[in-house]
Design a protein around this ligand. Structure first.
Ligand SMILES: *Cc1c(COP(=O)(O)O)cnc(C)c1O
Length: 436
């Protein structure tokens, strides 16, 4: 199948959208002026159930929805469009709305980009000692965008590619001088939007295992959005040989897939792709946020984990949606997420219980919502770091007051304490990073 990207200008050419009220497509266009939109022919022809619009989970996953913008913002945009306002005025409004939507969450630029001798490694993030993230410059787009994307600002032209590596040897030198690093996670965007030839330029220098490199992960949504990348695309075969070369070099290769809904695992195309990848000796793990309108039910998650296990995919993380973009539309509270997770995990066998969640990936670290506990007459959330800026924080349980509405770390209040145990140290780290 030949890849056809579908953007805002192709909306009118989608046959299936013609059945919707004109008002609806007009709103879709208005929302996609603020938040990035990109789908493709596989999503439209094979994944979306057009008899179930707008509720269909894959439609919600890929097409902008009216509820993603505050009503007042949406009305302001529609007013400007209807009155044929000059483009500059529309752009000004769009930019101010974007700024309201917390475009740069979790201090990624300020605290994760490594600096050495006054030089910034712009294409890397190094937050946890054992893992370096690499953002290759040519891999900073995706085959389609998820409506809840936490890197949406990058795809809407707000930032001039904050994270973009272009010299593979910069990473090699970094690994050589940082012996604690065992894992490289190549991410984006989606690194598999790069040709295999380009991807090879980043991966080949790593096969000599600079420093203490043991594992390479590739973060990708291609299995869900364009599985032909691994089977029939022009350089699919070359990609599979590259995977084999990594495995043969003795480096562990993990494809960090992003499956939001079990529907993405049901086509013939994705099943063939999964087989092809597994034949190379690479393993596939899967992670996704839990979000309203798409997968906020235990049924969806337990079916998804069950299917993943059957297909040889290892369930890895269930995330909380980050506090950015159309967060309010997608928000699932900590209490709801905990219930969905508990209910779903209790229905799969141990092979599916490798997954951890719900997890908030926030600036101090990855915080697991590990339980809701009764302490005398009070309730509390039991939280735990799965990853921390300081590894000493990892695996330590701490408590937050139970709050039915809380959906992110910044809303949690320490239980019977003035502050969480890590806060003073985190604040110092932050001040130091900001001073650099
Ligand atoms: C999640 C994450 C990692 C990887 O953490 P694992 O627990 O090893 O999966 C690495 N760096 C950053 C910045 C992350 O958010």
């Amino acid at each position: 199948m030949k890849f056809k990207a579908i953007g805002i200008n192709q909306l009118d050419s989608i046959e299936q959208l013609k059945d919707l009220p004109a008002e609806y497509t007009k709103v879709l266009k208005a929302v996609s002026m603020v938040l990035p939109f990109r789908a493709n022919n596989y999503i439209v022809d094979e994944l979306i159930d057009w008899n179930n619009i707008p509720e269909d989970p894959i439609f919600q996953l890929t097409f902008p929805q009216p509820g993603m913008l505050k009503k007042e913002y949406l009305d302001q945009i529609l007013d400007l469009i209807d009155s044929n306002a000059p483009e500059s005025e529309l752009n000004k409004l769009i930019n101010s709305i974007r700024e309201e939507m917390n475009p740069h969450p979790a201090m990624q630029v300020e605290m994760n980009v490594p600096r050495e001798q006054g030089k910034e490694h712009r294409g890397m993030q190094h937050k946890y000692p054992e893992t370096v993230l690499l953002f290759p410059k040519q891999g900073q787009i995706c085959s389609a965008y998820c409506t809840y994307c936490f890197r949406w600002a990058q795809f809407s032209g707000m930032e001039d590619l904050h994270f973009s590596a272009s010299d593979p040897y910069e990473l090699v030198r970094y690994l050589e001088s940082h012996p604690l690093v065992t894992d490289v996670l190549i991410t984006g965007g989606d690194p598999l939007t790069m040709s295999t030839r380009l991807l090879r330029q980043y991966i080949e220098p790593l096969l000599k295992k600079p420093g203490n490199l043991r594992s390479i992960r590739i973060g990708t949504k291609f299995l869900s959005f364009w599985p032909y990348r691994f089977t029939t695309d022009r350089d699919a075969e070359d990609l599979m040989s590259l995977f084999r070369e990594v495995v043969d070099s003795g480096i562990h290769l993990a494809l960090m897939a992003h499956f939001t809904h079990y529907r993405e695992l049901e086509t013939e195309a994705v099943r063939e792709a999964i087989l092809a990848i597994r034949k190379t000796g690479a393993e596939i793990r899967s992670q996704s946020p839990v979000v309203k309108h798409i997968n906020d039910s235990a049924d969806v998650w337990s079916s998804m984990w069950q299917k993943q296990v059957e297909l040889g995919i290892i369930p890895y993380y269930m995330f909380m949606a980050r506090n950015t973009g159309a967060k309010e539309y997608f928000s699932v509270t900590a209490a709801e997420a905990y219930e969905i997770f508990t209910d779903a995990i209790s229905r799969v066998s141990g092979l599916g219980r490798t997954v951890r969640g719900p997890v908030m990936s926030c600036s101090p670290g990855k915080v697991l919502i590990d339980g809701i506990v009764e302490l005398g007459s009070q309730r509390a959330f039991a939280l735990k770091f799965l990853q921390g800026r300081n590894p000493d924080w990892v695996n330590r349980i701490f408590l937050a007051e139970y709050d039915e509405k809380a959906d992110w770390m910044d809303q949690f209040i320490p239980f019977k304490e003035d502050e969480f145990f890590y806060e003073e140290e985190y604040e110092e780290m932050k001040q130091q990073a900001l001073a650099n």
